[in-house]
Design a protein around this ligand. Structure first.
Ligand code: XMP
Length: 514
């Protein structure tokens, strides 16, 4: 049986590879239901020992007939309620005697207007017609025997279906978990409450005791633990959670590769103090890192180099201190993007996932999303400078200089621009409500004229986003006065000739430029 309390879900989400799979879990947990995202094989193992109240098969990019496509376990069909989303619904149709149509070059992607035609369906209880996000190549052409159609669009005659003989089996050919689907949250709530009969049982603050227990059970007596400490909400929460139980055995390690923003090291010291971290050291590796980066401009190569210098430094400090374990604030989303959770594919490698280390690695926050860690930070009484802190990528400013190699001089230029931009936003009250501010230095030079002089310098990109889980994000249009103030102040920095404002949402862009 699973050991940790976070591993006993009322709802199991079988990840068939959709980038939105984690959003299903996040939405269900926000509603208050313990849920877990599992790969098909992990789900199969769990389901052989344990019966959740409901199961959701996520969507995914594969087709049912693709060799190697992720396949959900199915031996509980008809007994435990199942909701198949997109690819999940296509499996239901294929296995239960329906038929798929394969129309090459006719992928549906984007919002469509759903018409609910089965008003008595418990899944669509109180749900009016409205927009839904479709994203599929194949579609169901014929529902299985003893099924009926519950929703349609003008282009899609079988948008949703369910068993008509009382078996709790439901399929939707759209994503209820994304915000484009206006009534998607209500649909998920209908599945969870009305169909599965779940009761609310999830509150992140209740995890404090179970995370402490899990770490104490895992660590041999007297073992020393290094902890990658950046002063961000994730690593500070770990420090605050574990300092009281590990004391001096917990050694916070900050690796300064010149990737930090202005004033960051002071903040890190303050965060270590607020978390009660008794043992904390900062190791400087700027030269080693910048030499190792050399002329590379490739984002993934930079991340790999950062990861490698980061790993060597951890091992070196491990030897010096006698620590044999390494703790990290890795979240579910890091694992998903790095292709390590469920069936999702690699979006980008994260510096804290899969480090080649000779220390044993522990990820106590591996099941959680950012907003849940913020809840924990508040429950642990950490100051708002920690609990509400904007995320900052591990490789920091290194991945915010794009198109040219990273140099100390360019890092300095960007650090200055970043600090000025943040101050202007703060002074204008535009920082509140932002989830992340990205200020990046573009490598392609542009011409400017300052005074009577021509200047050939860098454009700076300013990007403000709002998001809950950092996997999708909407951009914030800064007010014209703020934009003007930013343009004026930033172009006063020598070597900065232009300011661009990037308002591309994620997707199709990512939050960072690289
Ligand atoms: P993207 O750019 O993938 O960013 O939309 C999503 C969130 O992840 C952060 N991020 C990183 N964090 N190492 C990290 O620790 C990285 O290499 C990295 N790249 C992006 C990003 O700042 C945002 O909050």
């Amino acid at each position: 049986m699973p050991k940790s309390a976070v591993d006993f879900p009322q709802l199991v989400i079988v990840d068939l590879g959709s980038q939105y799979s984690h959003v299903i879990v996040r939405t269900l947990r926000e509603m208050g239901y313990r849920s877990a995202l599992l790969s098909p094989s992990k789900a199969e193992k769990l389901l052989s020992q344990y019966r959740p109240k409901g199961i959701i098969w996520s969507g995914g990019a594969a087709c049912v007939s693709d060799p190697g496509a992720p396949v959900p376990p199915k031996n509980y069909l008809g007994e435990i309620p199942v909701l198949g989303i997109c690819l999940g619904m296509q499996y239901l149709a294929t296995w239960l005697g329906g038929k798929l149509s394969k129309e090459i070059n006719r992928k549906e992607y984007g919002p469509r207007e759903a018409k609910i035609i089965a008003r008595t369906s418990p899944l669509f209880k109180n749900i009016p017609d409205g927009p839904v996000l479709c994203s599929h190549g194949d579609s169901v052409q014929k529902v299985p025997p003893k099924f009926h159609i519950t929703a349609v669009t003008d282009d899609c005659p079988i948008l949703a279906m369910e068993a008509a003989d009382g078996r709790p089996i439901y399929g939707v050919q759209f994503h209820p978990e994304v915000t484009v689907t206006t009534h998607g949250k209500l649909l998920l709530e209908n599945f969870v409450k009305v169909i599965c009969g779940c009761k609310k049982d999830w509150q992140p603050a209740n995890l404090i005791a179970s995370i402490r227990e899990e770490i104490l059970e895992t660590l041999p007596k007297n073992a020393k633990v290094l902890h990658g400490f950046s002063g961000g909400v994730d690593s500070t929460v770990i420090a605050a959670l574990l300092s009281p139980v590990l004391g001096n055995r917990l050694i916070g390690l900050t690796i300064d590769g010149c990737q930090f923003r202005a004033g960051e090291l002071d903040h890190i010291e303050a965060a270590a103090k607020s978390a009660g971290l008794k043992n904390h050291r900062t190791v400087k590796v700027c030269e080693e890192l910048i030499t190792a980066l050399g002329l590379t401009t490739d984002a993934e190569a930079k991340r790999r180099t950062f990861k490698s210098v980061y790993s060597h430094t951890i091992e070196r400090v491990g030897e010096e201190t006698g620590a044999t374990y390494f703790l990290q604030g890795t979240l579910a989303t890091d694992l998903i993007e790095a292709g390590q959770l469920g069936g999702a594919s690699l979006i980008k490698s994260h510096h804290n996932v899969g480090l080649p280390l000779n220390l044993t690695q522990l990820h106590p926050l591996r099941q959680l999303f950012k907003h849940e860690v913020r809840d924990l930070a508040r429950a642990l009484k950490l100051p708002p400078s920690v609990s509400e802190r904007m995320p900052f990528p591990g490789p920091g400013l290194l991945v915010r200089i794009f198109g040219v190699p990273v140099t100390q001089e360019r890092l300095e230029l960007l650090r200055r621009a970043d600090a000025i931009a943040e101050r202007i936003l703060k002074d204008n009250g535009a920082l509140a409500g932002l989830s992340q501010l990205v200020v990046a230095l573009c490598g392609a030079p542009t011409v400017g004229v300052k005074g009577d002089e021509r200047e050939y310098g860098h454009p700076v990109v300013v990007r403000a986003v709002k998001t809950v889980d950092f996997m999708t994000a909407e951009t914030i249009e800064l007010p014209p006065t703020v934009r003007r103030a930013l343009t004026e102040a930033l172009t006063q920095i020598p070597k900065i000739t232009r300011v661009f404002f990037d308002e591309t949402p994620k997707p199709p862009a990512t939050i960072e430029m690289e």
